[in-house]
Design a protein around this ligand. Sequence first.
Ligand code: KPL
Length: 308
Amino acid sequence: MSSHWILGPGAIGRLLAHSLSPFTATALIGRRALPDQQIFTSPEGEQQTRLLNVLTVDQLVAETPEPPGFVHITTKAMAAEAALASIAEVIPPTTPLVLWQNGFLAQPRITQLWPGPVLCATTTEGAYLTDDDGVVHAGHGHTYVGDLNNQHAELAEALAQTLSQAGLTATAVDDIRQRLWQKLAVNATINPLVALNGVRNGELRGEAYAGRVVTVVKEVAAIMRAEGIAPPEGEQGEKSWLALVWKVVENTASNKASMLQDIEALRPTERGAIMAPLVESAQRHGLTSKELQALDAEIAELEAAYGH
Ligand code: KPL
């Protein structure tokens, strides 16, 4: 089986490393050193300590390793291109990449710049880090993989099979762009609102926020229509998008959304990958994105106040 490099030892990166390493050669690569004894907690609460092949980028580059079968990029959206650049000199330009980012920024850019196949993955697997040496697989989900130009169906199928065998149920699809935009629609509605107000997702149902959710969904629904993206269930249109957003709010009511976690940890958010593609699309299609732009500007202001 081909080897897998995982670039970005965040929650999804470490979940992948733990899941794939019993089946295939795996390297977990980050900018800073992490313990190679890593603790994995399963959704059922079982803990296992595994010895993972954990490397820094500098170690990897110095080692002139065998070319990998796949390189998974599991960094935040804004860091994906730099992460790829950091290892590009030690992998053949034909190496298949798998992009796991939120939003729609890294995917089109890297698809355009990388000569080899570029698969995109979108997942509902739930995972979070406990420390430098631990990841909790909080809940089983589903992963969809495909490429933006539908040129690598066989590769996507092979990857989906490997992931499924490793316990991360996956399906190869020919509509990954649709799926990434559907997720973008939900993320752009929930993430900035909870991040700005410091609330868990479920609180958006309250009177204080529900009106603003509806206003954002109006803009998002018009953009989705212009982009030719239908919601996963139901018809094109505001009602279906709103129903989808409320369903995700319900299912993730106790979640602290990723953008809120970033704001609390004084990290850069993924607003550039989540809000910017929508605002840019609205401009291209002559649609309003007043509310989206206002939310984006408010998040930008919070980030600017970090003081670093
Ligand atoms: O994907 C999410 C995130 O936190 O980024 C949502 C859907 C908002 C759930 O928390």
